[in-house]
Design a binder for this molecule. Sequence first.
Ligand code: ZN
Length: 404
Amino acid sequence: MSDALAAAHRIGPELVELRRRLHRAPELGLHLPDTQATVLAALESLDLEVHTGEGLSSVVAVLRGRAPHDGERPVVLLRGDMDGLPVTEEVDVEYRSERTGLMHACGHDLHVAGLVGAARVLDELRDELVGDVVLMFQPAEEGPGGAEPMIRDGLLEAAGRRVDAAYAVHVYSADHPRGTWFGRPGPLMAAADEVHVVVRGVGGHGSAPERAKDPVPVACEVVLAFHTAVTRRFSVWDPVVLTVGKIAAGTKDNIIPDEAVIDATLRTFSREHRELAHRVVTEVAQGIAAAHGLTAEVTIGNGYPVTVNDEAEFAFARDVVHDLFGAEHWADMDNPEAGSEDMAFVLEEVPGAYLNVSACALEDHTLAEDNHSPRAAFDDSVVPDVAGALAELALRRSRTLAGD
Ligand SMILES: [Zn+2]
């Protein structure tokens, strides 16, 4: 067993206790004062440079290595997200959520405990650490997003030099047997953007449509044209998913309304197709409206970008997992997932890798419910593994970055 993994397992019971404390008290969004206080207390005894965010409850802690090295010391970033979800927990455990309507249903409580564990392990093994490590405790992964404001606040320069490589681990309640790590190089998760279209016409009497400009058939045509555009304008090998989840107009059968509204979610897996899709959606809606003498106003909310695993960083991270847990605990993902992830902003700026690990609480993972379900159950016996893996990634990557 690696020193880091052994050290993580020695403090395992404390990390599990920390995870359960967090699990009892989930918080939402950008402001997680209790979670932030818990993290700060857990890091208190360590020699760290700690910064807290303004306008959000982030914690950035810099841990300096002490291994001798000539020249510039590399910087590795490790990330853990901290927020819960507006879900009422139905998992019957003694540490279940004590806050009605709030639950750590995506396992971010395990991420926080894992990152605190990594900090403690790296503190203990500082003499072996060639570089500096930026510990990123971020709020609002589930929205509206904490990574971007943290980057704006100087996250990537927190150590005094720019971060060279970044890693994150996410736990899953289903998908694979507990203890299986999984991932893929390249695109891992989608960019997710909200598309809002207002087709503007002129209302009137339903008996005299020629005296009005009816937005209803135009909106219907826009929806159909969206689907045509997705199949005709984009390569099938770089998928685009566009779903109109809402279309709304009017009040009564014989009244032509002034406007019709279309809301859609747009998922893409490359920067090129994301940009093209924004253009196509806008042109199609405006062009069809114009063809009928109406106008369309298109707003595309900028969601999270595509989460991309750098090929070399991914290969490195997978090798670390193989070494720590054995190749039999690794599964390649054939396809990306159509979910999206705030870590994408960090991975747009610096190369890195995002890995998944199953924390499935059931013996038969095919019976388990997915993350975000009120019945999503995470087994925290994987927390020391997450802590050990994060610490090992930092230790090893600093060495290779330093050329040692
Ligand atoms: Zn999550």
